[in-house]
Design a protein around this ligand. Structure first.
Ligand code: ANZ
Length: 951
């Protein structure tokens, strides 16, 4: 027995023991008392008192965020500070900044959420201060599998769990001070919302874009439901690891393929990450080629009246097609198979039905197949070639059949070798050294061995491209085929055998089964109540149990009918929510036209890269349909998309241990996995070159690894804890400071302490220091003096940098600029209001609570949320200027800003113009001047004059 146990340390005293053979302490907090193993038992204990002490130490309150943060959160709420009014001044520019709205899971927020949300909040706050009308909403993508699974396990209605989770998410988001307009909050599970999701479905139906078809689906007998491809991993369900098989079922489909070209072409103009655009292009997968017909032969070699149509991107290689392959699910297969082969083929079909498309098409996979017992004629060469059945050809792509050219296609080559099928080379590589016999040659070259008198086709000597055109032309003329464009994109399977989703608004007439859409006035079609959420197991959805709901009458004729019992997939509600935020309470329309025209498109859309394909593609598809029917005014919904990086758990340092307990250096063995590993606390680790070693034994190299945060690893950081310990502003600032916004980064608790100290320094600079008894002294050190040139230059450089960095979403370097400012400001004797106030405004988008409080303490009675964001004055930005100290008789009386290399005369002139220095210089006789360029100007005056000016 080798059971791995994960020990989670709870913040209370406990001890426990468990039977197992080995254990790993992944992270060892200092309050953790002991963990030992002997005789196969692990014992752990935690000392509560130690833990409390430790906690108190961590909470070094650099400023009173505990009072400030709730105070400003209630102020914003009570004063509706961030409400975007319905009627707005549309002459002002707009800025619509949106987060991918969350699925309100039972686990609450994790630290990955605030990363994107802080970034959008900073942008929203900046743009408000720059005079834009800002739309910055939040809502919930609330239908979905987890709440339903939980309902099956516990009997709790998914609505109850979902609303509970939403409340928790909302409270957590509010505690982080995000400037959402909560008045616009929407949730996909509300009938007032899904009424319009259903309305869109009716529009799709009306335009022939929604239809029903018998399609092979991923059927999971244990869950009693059909699963989406992404819910199936290696042939088992992602949830619960249950086996999944392919089975044909009547399903609702959406014809996204009709929009394939537009979805592809319109990508070009979008300001999206290139990688996301490329993923969408690959997903759509446009390919140009031809369909070719191969006549099937009877046992006497005579042509029958059935033909196999293949799809090929290489018509130029047609003379090299030495066999055909049809997919196991090909509709003509049963009419091809010879009696001797029918049993083999049947068995093979069964085997293939258990594999996913991905498994079937994997290049490395050993090829399998069976001979159908039947032949077809190659229309170009006239040869009779065998027809095989193999699962590397998919039923769902092209025509579900291929002409196999083993000399020039890797998979065909492998297959031909395995089943001893002839290989005819028809492309001669330009470079003779490319061997043709050992592997397939898939490159360009000259066509050879490719002419036939009977078919009348001769392409010898042509390039591949020329041959392709000529073959297509020949095929179209002789009726053997035609040019064809194909897409990898499939129509979208738009139904789930689940309860917790939007009901599909159609009925089927009793008797005829005719499908009739609901009348718009019948929307929303609400989900009926249900007590037992378990799937029926037959594929019939749980809704079929609610007989009183299912049995109904058709609206216009009054004829008895049955409701559709499948529901929409989870993607549905998130396809158009960004439109509803523009007009969330409209009961007459999905969105008011004027509002839509003003707010569309979303200017910045921030979310995880995991939505690069499906969500963004589905939303673009619906948007284009809505564009075609005049509901929206733009072709694309999201102008700019940004993916935030992933936050990994704190780096963990591990050392390998030998059986005798001695440490083994990580570089001295390559079988690390075999050793017991022990976690080493960060304070005992030191960096040596590119590696980490033990401080007290630098010969021992450690394994340093950061993992994705997960419950099972016990490395999840809860944002609530960070807010309690250091405040929301520190969390916001830290998440922005961790590294470039788009990169993955590792969590580091000491990093939060760093930004928390920066906020504390800012607070002390402006408000004053804390008293020895731990309370805070009020008042301000800010004064109304005129700023010096140096102060102005420091401020304006900070303004320029912060503005530029926020607009470029380089939030981390914006923070560095503010840190530099505070460091410089600590060196100043005085802190003029004209310098400090603009700085507070710069800080406000990042750390809004503290900034509001500082603003208030400087005597302002209104929120700074709509104050003008400072603008950098270019005069103070010139980098070639330096600060030159001016001495009068050896005593420094002030500084001036001069161009580097400025002359003595110019420096003196500027000093005389300076308000402060002019008092010492005006109308007085000067004995001499000592000028060290770039360093100092010392003016020696007549003694009498000095006395006079001092007096
Ligand atoms: C003959 C040939 C010769 C091919 C050659 C390739 C190279 P894309 O670009 O992905 O569209 N194919 C067609 N339908 C298929 C299916 N349902 N399942 C698996 N493979 C299929 O690729 C199209 C090529 O993939 C087609 O061109 C066909 O093989 C194969 F030297 O035809 B070709």
């Amino acid at each position: 027995m080798n059971t791995q146990i994960h020990i989670q340390f709870l913040p209370q005293s406990f001890s426990f023991q468990k039977q197992c053979t080995s254990f790993t302490v992944v992270k060892r907090p200092s309050w953790f008392n002991s963990c030992s193993s002997s005789g196969g038992i692990v014992r752990c204990s935690v000392n509560e008192i130690e833990e409390q002490k430790q906690k108190q130490q961590v909470v070094k309150r650099a400023y009173p965020f505990h009072e400030i943060e709730p105070k400003w959160q209630s102020y914003w709420q009570n004063n509706r500070t961030f409400r975007t009014p319905d009627e707005i001044d549309t002459s002002k520019p707009k800025f619509y900044v949106l987060d991918m709205f969350p699925y309100p899971s039972g686990a609450g927020l994790h630290v990955g959420h605030p990363l994107g949300y802080t970034a959008t909040d900073i942008l929203a706050r900046l743009k408000r201060m720059q005079g834009y009308n800002v739309l910055h909403p939040m809502g919930w993508d609330a239908f979905g599998l987890p709440a339903e699974q939980y309902a099956i396990e516990t009997g709790t209605h998914p609505k109850i769990t979902t609303l509970r989770n939403i409340n928790r998410f909302r409270t957590q988001l509010k505690s982080l001070g995000f400037s959402y307009d909560w008045n616009r909050e929407i949730s996909t599970i509300e009938p007032a919302y899904y009424k319009w999701t259903q309305w869109i479905f009716l529009q799709l139906l009306k335009r022939g874009l929604a239809y029903q078809a018998e399609v092979p689906v991923n059927w999971c007998p244990a869950l009693g439901t059909v699963l989406a491809n992404e819910e199936v991993v290696d042939g088992v369900s992602e949830r619960g690891d249950h086996p999944v098989i392919r089975k044909p079922m009547r399903q609702w489909m959406l014809k996204i393929t009709e929009y394939a070209d537009r979805l592809l072409d319109d990508l070009d103009d979008l300001d999206w990450p290139e990688s996301v655009k490329e993923m969408q292009r690959n997903w759509i997968g446009r390919s140009e080629g031809a369909e070719m017909d191969f006549r099937v032969l009877d046992s006497d070699g005579q042509e029958r009246d059935i033909k196999i149509t293949v799809y090929t991107t290489r018509p130029d290689t047609i003379f090299g097609a030495t066999y055909l392959v049809v997919a196991p699910e090909h509709p003509l297969l049963s009419s091809l198979v010879s009696t001797t082969q029918s049993q083999n083929v049947e068995e093979y079909k069964n085997l293939a039905s258990r594999k996913s498309d991905l498994e079937r098409t994997e290049l490395q996979k050993e090829k399998t197949g069976v001979f159908s017992g039947c032949y077809a004629r190659n229309p170009a060469s006239g040869e009779a070639i065998p027809i095989w059945v193999a699962d590397y050809v998919l039923g769902s792509y092209g025509t579900g059949a291929i002409m196999a050219v083993p000399a020039h296609d890797t998979r065909d080559h492998e297959f031909a070798l395995k089943f001893d099928i002839s290989i005819h080379s028809v492309v001669m590589p330009d470079d003779e050294s490319s061997s043709q016999s050992e592997k397939a040659y898939s490159g360009e070259g000259l066509i050879v061995n490719s002419s036939n008198l009977i078919s009348g086709l001769d392409i010898n000597g042509l390039s591949c491209q020329e041959a392709t055109s000529k073959v297509i032309e020949w095929a179209e003329k002789t009726g053997n085929g035609k040019k064809k464009v194909n897409y990898k994109l499939r129509d979208w399977l738009f139904a789930r055998q689940r309860y917790w989703g939007e009901p599909i608004p159609v009925v089927f007439l009793d008797g005829t089964g005719e499908t009739v859409p609901l009348h718009e006035a019948e929307l929303p079609l609400t989900l009926p109540e249900l007590d037992d959420f378990t799937p029926t197991g037959t594929g019939e959805p749980p809704l079929s149990k609610v007989v009183s709901w299912v049995q109904t009458t058709e609206h216009s004729s009054g004829k008895p009918a049955r409701r559709e019992t499948s529901t929409m997939p989870q993607w549905a509600g998130s396809c158009w929510y960004y439109l509803r935020f523009m007009d969330p309470k409209n009961s007459k329309e999905l969105v008011d036209r004027t509002k839509e025209r003003y707010w569309s498109p979303v200017d910045v859309y921030v979310g995880g890269a995991e939505h690069a394909v499906l969500h963004l593609l589905y939303a673009r598809f619906w948007h284009k349909v809505l564009y075609d029917i005049g509901v929206v005014s733009t072709k694309e919904p999201f102008k700019c998309v940004i993916n935030q990086g992933i936050i990994l758990g704190e780096v963990q340092y591990m050392v390998c241990k030998d059986v005798d307990g001695s440490y083994i250096s990580a570089d001295s063995t390559d079988t690390l996995g075999e050793y017991e590993q022990e976690s080493i606390p960060e304070e005992k680790v030191m960096k040596s070159g590119d590696f980490f070693v033990m401080k007290d034994n630098p010969n021992i190299r450690l394994i340093a690894r950061a993992h994705k945060m997960s419950k099972s690893r016990g490395n999840v950081v809860n944002p609530d804890d960070v807010v309690t310990e250091c405040g929301a502003d520190s969390l916001r600032l830290y998440e922005m400071f961790m590294g470039p916004f788009r990169d993955s980064k590792t969590w580091n608790t000491s990093g939060i302490e760093g930004v928390h100290r920066f906020l504390g320094r800012t607070w002390r600079l402006i408000v004053g220091s804390s008293l020895p008894d731990g309370t805070f002294k009020g008042g301000t050190v800010v004064n109304d003096d005129e700023p010096t040139l140096e102060q102005l230059c420091t401020l304006h450089k900070c303004i320029a940098k912060v503005t530029e960095e926020i607009e470029g979403t380089r939030f981390n370097t914006g923070i560095s600029a503010m840190m530099e400012f505070i460091n410089a400001a600590y060196k100043w004797e005085k802190h003029p209001r004209k310098i400090i106030e603009p700085f507070i405004l710069l800080l406000a988008p990042y750390a809004p609570h503290m900034s509001e409080e500082l603003w208030f303490r400087l005597g302002h009675s209104n929120s700074l949320a709509y104050e003008s964001f400072p603008k950098a004055n270019p005069d103070y930005l010139k980098d070639s200027t330096i600060v030159l100290p001016i001495q009068i008789n050896g005593k420094t009386r002030g500084t001036i800003q001069v161009e580097e290399g400025c002359s003595e005369e110019e420096a003196f002139k500027l000093a005389s113009l300076d308000e402060k220095l002019s008092k010492f210089l005006d109308g007085k006789s000067i004995k001499k001047r000592i000028y060290v360029p770039g360093r100092i100007l010392n003016v020696i005056m007549d003694r009498q004059n000095i006395k006079a000016s001092v007096r």
